[in-house]
Ligand binder design. Structure first.
Ligand SMILES: Cc1cc2nc3c(=O)[nH]c(=O)nc-3n(C[C@H](O)[C@H](O)[C@H](O)COP(=O)(O)OP(=O)(O)OC[C@H]3O[C@@H](n4cnc5c(N)ncnc54)[C@H](O)[C@@H]3O)c2cc1C
Length: 385
């Protein structure tokens, strides 16, 4: 059970968060502690040496880690998404999809390596396409013994520090086929340090140039064209896994405001008190929504009602984080806007929640289409993925 360990580590992450935000540097010490404590195997089944946690346990842990440093929790979320989605392929699902035995053996190898201390980043987004799988410009083609992948990725959290990268690309033979590969760090991947962003600065979400040949076993699932299927089969990893992170960031903003208000003796001001009261209620409500979504993902994955909660969770987490952090800054006053004040960083980090796909606007559209009786996966103004 890693939850108590996440609670122990969070204050240590918080103590280092200011420096890595200021310099925009990867939180290497946080990641060393995550590795030492066995977090990289959190979503890996026990038979492969991991903790075998489900989505609900992950969400609780992500929330606690994010209370320490949202950027660390967000990078860790990318690894959790890769290992969680791979670990979630049951024998029945593998059989239904007709996944070849070599692909399942390769998957087990990736998961075992994670339990032994490797971690994976996600290199999906591209300039111009965002995270829309159907618009990827990165391509792959079969070559002797494997595939050649070439293209340019952006917003890759932890770029240059991961042991492997999940890379999405489209087939040159059949552009309708989008596949995902697990590409080991090393030759053929080049980081271009482009991330100098408003918030989540320590994620180091730089550009990644890909020109690499990988063995056939790097193709996840062993069949081409599974990327969009995976997004629809396990939307919680694509849509709502960051939700717990941003609720944790929102809670950290409330905690930082309470400390500031008490230190400054502002707690007697009714307007300040009311802001903190509203923020506490809003964060608690968003947290309950994330928990409900996570519980349903574990109990009834893929069901229509589960998916509704998944999209609700992402929408409420993203908007709540931004609104609560803005209100807490206003309650605390100008001195909390100084560089180096925790609220100044949390305000910027929280701002990213609504922008991560599915953006709050896309979540709201999905839920609106659904509520009006349409098919939310196909009736958007643009393809969801
Ligand atoms: C802190 C942070 C870390 C990240 N880390 C990673 C990472 O590790 N790996 C990775 O691959 N990506 C990562 N991303 C990138 C991110 O997940 C998105 O891919 C990226 O934000 C998309 O960028 P975009 O500028 O193209 O905007 P878009 O998301 O395309 O949004 C632009 C506008 O279009 C709207 N829109 C988008 N899609 C639709 C749609 N289907 N229907 C209707 N409207 C739509 C949006 O609401 C928005 O108004 C990260 C992003 C952030 C902020």
């Amino acid at each position: 059970m890693l939850l108590p360990e996440a609670r122990r580590l969070a204050p240590r992450f918080a103590a280092r968060a200011g420096a890595s935000d200021r310099d925009g540097t990867f939180p290497a010490d946080d990641f060393a502690e995550l590795r030492a404590a066995g977090f990289f195997g959190l979503l890996v089944p026990a038979r492969l040496g991991g903790s075998g946690a489900g989505f609900g346990e992950y969400a609780e842990i992500a929330y606690e880690l994010a209370r320490g440093n949202g950027a660390t929790a967000l990078i860790f979320n990318m690894h959790a998404s890769v290992t969680g989605a791979l670990g979630g392929i049951t024998d029945e699902l593998a059989e239904a999809l007709g996944l070849p035995a070599e692909a399942l053996a390769a998957r087990d190898g990736f998961l075992r390596a994670a339990a032994e201390g490797s971690w994976y980043a996600v290199a999906m987004s591209e300039r111009g396409a965002g995270s829309r799988l159907s618009r990827m410009a990165t391509t792959y083609e079969p070559v002797d013994g494997g595939y050649r992948i070439s293209g340019a990725k952006t917003f890759c959290s932890g770029a240059g520090h991961a042991d492997g990268y999940l890379v999405a690309a489209r087939s040159t033979d059949d552009p309708g086929r989008v596949s995902q590969f697990l590409v080991p760090a090393g030759d053929g991947l080049k980081v271009e340090p482009t991330w100098d962003a408003l918030g989540m600065r320590a994620t180091g979400s730089h550009d990644l140039h890909v020109d690499v040949t990988v063995p056939a076993t790097a193709l996840l699932g062993g069949l081409e064209g599974l990327a969009l299927v995976a997004a629809q089969l396990a939307p919680h990893w694509m849509v709502a896994s960051y939700a717990a992170v941003y609720v944790g960031v929102a809670r950290a903003a409330v905690d930082a405001a309470i400390e500031h208000v008490n230190n400054r003796g502002l707690g007697g001001l009714p307007a300040v008190r009311a802001r903190i009261g509203r923020a506490d209620a809003a964060v608690s409500a968003a947290h309950l929504t994330v928990r409900e979504a996570a519980r349903r993902v574990d109990e009834a994955p893929g069901e229509a009602e589960t998916n509704r909660w998944v999209w609700r969770a992402k929408l409420l987490a993203g908007t709540t984080a931004a609104e609560v952090a803005a209100s807490m800054l206003e309650a605390a006053g100008t001195s909390a806007m100084r560089r180096g004040h925790p609220l100044e960083r949390l305000y910027r980090d929280a701002r990213a929640g609504s922008l991560q796909p599915a953006t709050s606007d896309v979540c709201a559209d999905w839920l609106g289409v659904e509520a009006l009786g349409g098919d939310p996966d196909t009736d958007g103004v643009a393809p969801r993925w």
